[in-house]
Design a protein around this ligand. Structure first.
Ligand code: AKB
Length: 312
């Protein structure tokens, strides 16, 4: 497979590991990492790296032409909690970057686009359990509004112009290499670090808040699998529901206690509780499983083992 890939927002939580995996598959010189600022020296030295603002058309086009890019993964975004504090900025980043990339694809500068959506597209009026692929979507956050709008832009560019754009509705993504920033599901990463470092954690969501979650390895595999699937198999051009597990803060704490018996958790819910309460608890991802054979590997038990091992 000869592809040259540009990753926008490569220094973020998902971008970092996605870039590493794409380099393993396509060769390090065929994957160009980019971000608005330089990442760690190790990351920048690991392959081609460009400073690119994901909203800046000419910077992106310059990189596409310099490297003969065929695919763009647009991973730059402002997540739910930060977006509530900076609504205009979040809308501008999340939407402008997508429209720039979709236009470049329409003009045939690139062949294929990946853009992540989120469970945040759902809101209080969507079913909370086994949330279907197609249902009422009335998000109450700026992030959710930007994601649901973005999904429709993706579908529009596919339907009107044949742009090959693909997308997944990520649940909370849990990883140890790069910390997430500004999300509502971030507690499920922080808890592992605090458990190892301090043996205790104060959670910003209440103990019963059940949310869909996924270990990073599964998220990366799903993303690359979706991008490698025959175009004809992709029946959903908004974004696919994607799921692996769902748990509450009390349940993850219980799992951690199996490894660190003295670990303790306390609860001090803040503004993120309202965001979490508006999201689904369990997602139905049967369409992804049927259309391109999606299958997750990690459950809460296996993920907890991996997280604690790697953090220590
Ligand atoms: C967030 O919490 O904002 C993200 C997401 C679920 O998209 N992790």
């Amino acid at each position: 497979m000869s592809e040259t890939i540009l990753v926008l927002g490569a220094c973020g939580q998902i971008g970092t590991e996605l870039t590493q995996k794409l380099r393993e598959i396509y060769g390090k010189d065929n994957v160009i990492a980019s971000d608005i600022r330089e990442g760690s020296k190790e990351f920048v030295d690991a392959g081609p790296f460009e400073i690119i603002d994901a909203k800046n058309r000419s910077q992106i086009l310059e990189a596409i032409q310099k490297y003969n890019v065929t695919q763009v993964y647009l991973m730059a975004a402002m997540l739910s909690a930060t977006a509530e504090k900076l609504p205009q900025k979040a809308w501008n980043l999340n939407m402008s970057s997508l429209l720039v990339v979709l236009e470049l694809a329409r003009e045939k500068h690139i062949k294929q686009v990946y853009w992540p959506s989120s469970i945040a597209v759902f809101g209080n009026t969507s079913p909370k359990i086994d949330t279907p692929q197609k249902t009422i979507m009335e998000p109450s956050t700026v992030y959710g509004i930007s994601k649901v709008s973005g999904e429709h832009w993706c579908n529009y560019y596919y339907e009107k112009f044949g742009v090959d754009v693909r997308s997944l509705r990520y649940p909370g993504i849990i990883s140890w290499k790069t910390r997430p920033g500004g999300g509502t599901t971030d507690y499920a990463v922080d808890i592992y670090f605090k458990a190892q470092e301090e043996g205790k954690y104060e959670c910003f969501l209440n103990e019963k808040t059940r949310l869909p979650m996924m270990y990073m390895n599964d998220a990366i595999d799903a993303t690359i699998q979706l991008m490698q699937t025959e175009s004809n198999n992709i029946k959903t051009r908004t974004a696919y529901n994607l799921a692996a597990m769902s748990f509450t803060p009390a349940e993850i704490a219980q799992e951690i206690k199996k490894h660190i018996p003295d670990f303790s958790i306390s609860y001090n819910p803040d503004f993120r509780q309202e965001i979490a309460d508006s999201w689904p608890q369990v997602i139905d991802d049967n369409n992804a499983r049927k259309d391109w054979s999606w299958k997750h590997q990690f459950d809460l038990e296996l993920m907890t083992k991996e997280m604690l091992k790697n953090i220590s």
